[in-house]
Design a protein around this ligand. Sequence first.
Ligand SMILES: O=C(O)[C@H](O)[C@@H](O)[C@H](O)[C@H](O)COP(=O)(O)O
Length: 259
Amino acid sequence: MSTGAPVVVHRDAPLLARAVAARLVTRLVDAQASRGTAHVVLTGGGIGTRVLAELAASPARDAVDWARLHVWWGDERFVPADSQERNEVGARGALLDHVPLPPEHVHAVPAADGGARDVDEAAALYADELARHARSEDHAPVPQFDVLMLGVGPDAHVASLFPGQPALYEQERAVVGVRGAPKPPPLRVSLTLPAIRAAREVWLLAAGEEKAGAVGLALGGAGEVQVPAAGARGRRTLWLLDQAAAARLPRDLARPASP
Ligand SMILES: O=C(O)[C@H](O)[C@@H](O)[C@H](O)[C@H](O)COP(=O)(O)O
């Protein structure tokens, strides 16, 4: 059984990152044209950061009205604000510090030295911030995310939702504190599956052969508790892969981006 989500395969990781950056410009421009303000959710990880660097280097970035963009994160490591481990620090270096984004539109998860005593308080503060930007007509505790990007771990984790962990069972809250994450650092804050599912578009990004097993299982219809990526979907879901990450897909599932 497959999930039916479209899969696009690019030759390698650099091409994947460039193509996702181009796709992101298009989606943000379209969202701003139809709704005025756009909301994007960023991911940490190698490919997620590379997408931002490609966007920063692309002349097409001027097509985005940065003053009407809000930036969020799918997860964050609970470490000090200036730690290189923070997804926010990586995103600032790759893109956010190089574009005219209003500082109040960059919605970072509270850091370990930034007013939250622990991961639960950081999660609650982030949930409040999300709720402040939610539209009442959506009846959702989060803003209308136009694009929510997620890297996929070799164990099929997405955001900081790791296989078998309690956060995967969360049905009420939009954000949870995570303790004991198997990938360091152990303390994290993550959107939950219901919050991810409120997005208009969820893009799952994966490059490299070490992701092939996870991608194959997720797209083969595995359960979300053992394979969290299988539970990550939006109103529209798109898998954006390089050839190595797509190596264990059924042949009919992968649509090459170019001949
Ligand atoms: O906090 C984290 O650990 C990341 O946000 C994580 O979810 C990442 O996106 C994946 O592990 C894929 O990372 P790579 O693209 O580096 O493999």
